[in-house]
Design a protein around this ligand. Structure first.
Ligand SMILES: C[S@@+](CC[C@H](N)C(=O)[O-])C[C@H]1O[C@@H](n2cnc3c(N)ncnc32)[C@H](O)[C@@H]1O
Length: 388
């Protein structure tokens, strides 16, 4: 007999979903093909093994593009197009097979044929790809490529619950929070990095369906950026008038002391966050601040995109490797080996180090984690709960 979590996950992550997910990985690979050809990176990869630093020198690119180039080369290596060698602690790359020309048009058609709600992914990635060369040659910053002018709308669409590719993180997070919050009598909830409000809407919806909306005494919707608070507030008052008077908006930075930002110790029964905490500059610091803000037995529930090993390169990173904040995090050779998204095991260890107990994990497939790099059903979503 399948348990409730399995049944829920199966209803979200259907075979059709995985088919599209894998096509979106292929689409990203083809975008890389086109960047590698256009920027002539390919010319430098053909003859000898070359380091990322040397490649940047030959391209006359600024040093800050290293993370993006590294990501592209690692993605190509993972897909079998590039060989990677380590010599004297230097990572070197060489192209062993022909890099095909991009076939994004055909793949886009296939994706939209399977689910027309994947458009926001295609539009956002296409807009980034169109300016990638300007980024590589230093004419545009990552912020300009990603956020200037009409691009904010592309982001709104990407993080929107109408985009099936992303909404799974909001749906699964809401499922987890609803499951664990319903075990409490009632309480206050703090959401971190609430962004454009996709996560809170799914939470309120899940709570309503589970008849626990009236258990919420206060819902604090927070983000480091005040712009998002206005957007979140509008969405909540449009869709959930019945809880409007229990919602508070707060500018809150999880890289800074919570008490200095007037968050009282032991004042929340649950802290919730979707795809934000992996950007914490010092994850153990942020988790300890959250721990302190929780009451005894309070819970932290987060939903996050995950990688399955430290070397696993994710297609979604095409967006984030353009941002300094993505890789400007505290890493160490033992615990957090890479910046960006974490593995389930690393999340568990960080939760434990911050003091959380009764840790539970929900991932997007019931297959065993050891097999999870499977290309048919790749694992990429984690909901994790820890208790104070
Ligand atoms: C990928 S978005 C996720 C937004 C939202 N949770 C969702 O799933 O739609 C990450 C969010 O984290 C916020 N964020 C980034 N750094 C932060 C920090 N140091 N403190 C609080 N929020 C932060 C960003 O402003 C952004 O809204």
């Amino acid at each position: 007999m399948k348990n409730r979590d399995d049944l829920f996950l199966k209803s979200i992550f259907t075979d059709n979903y995985y088919k599209i997910y894998n096509l979106h990985t292929l689409y990203t690979l083809n975008i890389i093909f086109s960047i590698i050809h256009k920027s002539r990176i390919i010319d430098h990869l053909k003859s000898n093994f070359i380091s990322c630093e040397e490649l940047i020198k030959r391209l006359n690119s600024p040093a800050h593009v290293k993370c993006s180039i590294n990501w592209m080369l690692d993605f190509l290596e993972q897909a079998g197009y590039v060989e990677k060698n380590v010599e004297n602690n230097n990572i070197l790359y060489k192209c062993e097979v022909d890099i095909p020309f991009s076939q994004t048009g055909q793949i886009a058609k296939e994706i939209l044929g399977l689910d027309k709600n994947w458009g926001p992914f295609l539009k956002l990635v296409d807009s980034i790809a169109a300016e990638y060369e300007s980024f590589l040659n230093g004419n545009k910053s990552g912020i300009e490529v990603l956020f200037y002018k009409e691009k904010m709308q592309l982001w709104n669409n990407y993080f929107n619950n109408n985009f099936s590719g992303y909404s799974v993180f909001n749906l699964c997070g809401a499922y987890g929070l609803s499951k664990w919050f319903s075990q409490k009598d009632r309480g206050n909830i703090l959401e971190l990095g609430g962004g454009t409000g996709g996560a809170v809407i799914q939470v309120l919806d899940a709570f309503k369906r589970a008849h626990i909306l009236d258990k919420v005494d206060k819902y604090v919707f927070s983000d480091v950026s005040p712009v998002f608070l206005r957007i979140g507030n509008r969405i909540i008052s449009e869709q959930f008038q019945e809880i409007e008077d229990k919602v508070e908006l707060k500018v809150l930075d999880f890289n800074k002391s919570f008490s200095a930002q007037k968050i009282q110790q032991e004042s929340f029964d649950a802290v919730y966050s979707v795809n934000a905490l992996h950007t914490s500059h010092d994850l153990i610091f942020s988790l300890k601040e959250i721990y302190t803000a929780l009451k005894e037995n309070g819970i932290l529930v987060i939903s996050e995109l995950i990688r399955m090993s430290d070397n696993h390169v994710l297609p979604q990173e095409i967006i984030f490797t353009l941002l300094d904040s993505y890789y400007n995090v505290k890493t160490d050779s033992l615990l957090r080996k890479t910046y960006g998204f974490l593995t389930p095991e690393t999340w568990r260890i960080f939760f434990e180090m911050a003091g959380f107990k009764n840790i539970e994990l929900i991932t997007n497939t019931d297959c065993d984690i050891g097999r999870s790099l499977s290309r048919i059903h790749p694992v990429f979503m984690l909901v994790i709960k820890g208790q104070k």
